[in-house]
Write a new protein. Structure first.
Length: 246
């Protein structure tokens, strides 16, 4: 990980303050509808951990992926209400709302055409690609979103192996008004050294707009808690590369 050693050149001495982020805009906390939370109790446990870390607001984003997670807008919003009602019942001081993480495929294009897209904070929409191969026709997809006044965010950009070793694609997308989101877990090597290296490169070149937890289970948040002194996380905070005040 020479990119980390050569660039950081120091050891962080203070714990990262997640209240700097304020909002987490990528998670999977609605119970039983994707590969995230399995129960309402799990969802509440994760929300309490978010609160303890310093977060003030959670925008959860269940998967919508044809044939895998065939979630509808209505299903997601009804699931969000169950969580919101439990938050109110337990008097937990944290904001909670829901949008979605849309897999880029033919059905997403249809949803754009029908205006059946869940958004958050000034019409932002979270989109993800396949990890296996570079997308085709994505420029047309982003153009269609923007023509409908949606503001696209590309999820966990550092995890797409076909873009590794360069920030050129991220810069190209950002120049078109598309935000780049990086997973916090990537900064700690959770997905492997190559993804951590790409996350470091994106931060070094200032091609990151948003940091998200992509939390699926409480162990992800416990991992964040154990890495508060992480050099890369603190470097990103020092540079103020992100704006999670959504």
């Amino acid at each position: 990980m020479s990119i980390l050693k050569n660039w950081l050149g120091r050891s962080s001495v203070s714990d990262f303050d997640f209240s700097k982020l304020g909002t987490d805009m990528h998670s999977h906390l609605i119970p039983g509808i994707d590969d995230g939370s399995n129960s309402l109790e799990e969802s509440i446990d994760m929300l309490l951990k978010f609160k303890n870390l310093g977060y003030k607001k959670i925008i959860t984003t269940p998967h919508i992926k044809t044939g895998v997670f065939d979630n509808s807008s209505d299903l997601i919003l009804s699931g969000a209400k169950l969580v919101q009602d439990e938050i109110k019942k337990r008097n937990i001081d944290i904001e909670f709302e829901a949008a979605a993480e849309y897999f880029y495929d033919f059905s997403f294009i249809e949803k754009i055409e029908k205006n059946d897209v869940l958004t958050f904070s000034n019409n932002h929409v979270l989109v993800e690609y396949s990890f296996n191969q570079a997308p085709m026709g994505e420029n047309e997809m982003f153009f269609a979103l923007q023509m409908k006044q949606y503001n696209p965010i590309l999820a966990h950009f550092e995890r797409y192996p076909y873009y590794h070793g360069s920030t050129r694609k991220a810069e190209e997308l950002r120049n078109k008004g598309i935000k780049i989101q990086v997973n916090l877990l990537s900064l700690f090597g959770h997905y492997g050294p190559q993804i951590q290296k790409q996350a470091a490169l994106l931060i070094k070149e200032r091609q990151v707009d948003l940091l998200g937890s992509d939390c699926h289970r409480i162990e992800h948040l416990q991992f964040l808690e154990k890495n508060l002194k992480n050099d890369l996380l603190n470097r990103a905070g020092d540079l103020g590369l992100f704006n999670n005040q959504l």
